[in-house]
Design a binder for this molecule. Structure first.
Ligand SMILES: O=C(O)CCC(=O)C1=CC=C[C@@H](O)[C@@H]1C(=O)O
Ligand SMILES: [Mg+2]
Length: 359
């Protein structure tokens, strides 16, 4: 039973999507939840600034024969969606990174939370040498003028600017904002639906990137078939693992940008290993979010000349803020529920004929 490439997530088909079986597929038996819990640690990482509505990032990491894996779906995600993140963590810990690495360093973009323009230089100082920057916009409570000022403050230091609205605009609002921001590399997920992305894409010259329309979709390829985006943002944890991201990247006829799910250094190492296996000259990846943490599960690893090394990570609890007992219990229960979904063989991340992560 091999680790599959990218099975259809819609649940409508019991087979694979047209993704090619991973040529490096390796047999993998789902470890028991008790085995995972033997090495599991739950951390609560303090963040330098509010990002994605949080100031503390909780995560569970565990060790397997191939290294460390991460299980850190955002706390509001349900078990069915969270099970994809567990599949990714188990792949990293029990299979390790996919071959072949085509590079040993990966260019990363700076990530700018929804900060006032005056704070932008301090934020960018955490991403030395970055040649691109992604700016959070459509922040509740921020005026368009404040967001234009944030984008312009970033562009003054890093000319290649992306923005990410996290699906918060309607079509008209998106078009107005995009025109106000001026020259952008792309706009990530301006609206929620594929249809709205297509409408915005038809109305502006700025390229559109799809993120939530891929990582939170029953069928990640629908945005591609609808011609609703120019760039695909791929995240290892929500999409179920490194091999599934690479299989999806082979399927998608557009540039892909591997980005973080606000992972600890463990999850970031999986993202870097994935980006390192992408053919061609990938754009800068959204894998620099370690700079947003005050402490991580491994020593600080700031980018050098805008790049991060592709390397395994050996966490040390000394570096991390171990979570409180009640949060450890919450994550332990969540792991058990998601593991049950995976071991049932009914979850689309496992058990698909021809392979899969299965019990
Ligand atoms: O892409 C980046 O520069 C960093 C990653 C990033 O922006 C995100 C990580 C996790 C969840 C989201 O808030 C956000 C995104 O939507 O891409
Ligand atoms: Mg995004």
């Amino acid at each position: 039973m091999a680790v599959t490439a990218f099975p259809d997530r819609s649940g409508k088909n019991d087979g694979m999507s047209s993704a090619h079986p991973d040529p490096t597929g390796t047999d993998l038996v789902l470890p028991s939840v008790d085995e995972l819990l033997e090495s599991a640690m739950v951390v609560a990482l303090p963040m330098r600034r509010r990002f994605r509505g949080i100031t503390v990032r909780e995560a569970m990491i565990f060790r397997g024969p191939a290294g460390w894996g991460e299980f850190a779906p955002f706390v509001e995600y349900d078990d069915s969606e969270s099970a994809w993140w567990l599949a990714a963590g188990i792949e990293a810990a029990y299979l390790g990174p996919p071959p072949p690495p085509l590079r040993d360093r990966v260019a990363i973009n700076a990530t700018v939370p929804a900060v006032p323009a005056v704070d932008v230089p301090d934020v960018l100082a955490g991403f030395p040498g970055a040649q691109a920057a992604k700016v959070k916009v459509a922040e509740p409570g921020c005026s368009l003028e404040e967001e234009v000022a944030r984008v312009e403050a970033v562009r003054a230091l890093i000319p290649t600017v992306r923005v990410d609205a996290n699906a918060r605009w309607g079509v008209e609002e998106a078009v107005t904002a995009i025109r106000a921001f001026g020259e952008l590399e792309y706009v990530e997920q301006p609206c929620a639906s594929v249809e709205e992305l297509a409408a915005v894409r038809a109305a502006v010259d700025t390229p559109i990137a799809a993120d939530e329309s891929i990582r939170r979709a029953a069928d990640p390829m629908r945005v591609v078939r609808a011609g609703a985006a120019d760039v695909a943002i791929l995240k290892v944890a929500p999409l179920g693992g490194m091999r599934r991201v690479l299989a999806l990247a082979r399927e998608i006829p557009m540039d892909v940008v591997v980005s973080s799910a606000l992972d600890t250094a463990v999850g970031i190492s999986a993202g870097l290993a994935t980006a390192a296996a992408l053919p061609g000259q990938p754009r800068a990846c959204g894998l620099g979010t370690g700079s947003l943490f005050v402490t991580d599960v491994a020593p600080p690893n700031p980018p050098i000349a805008g790049e991060l090394p592709v390397a395994r990570v050996e966490p040390t609890t000394a570096m991390a803020s171990v979570a409180s007992p009640d949060r450890v219990q919450w994550w332990t229960r969540r792991l058990r529920r998601c593991h049950e979904l995976l071991s049932s063989g009914r979850h689309p991340a496992t058990g698909s004929p021809g392979g899969g992560l299965s019990g």
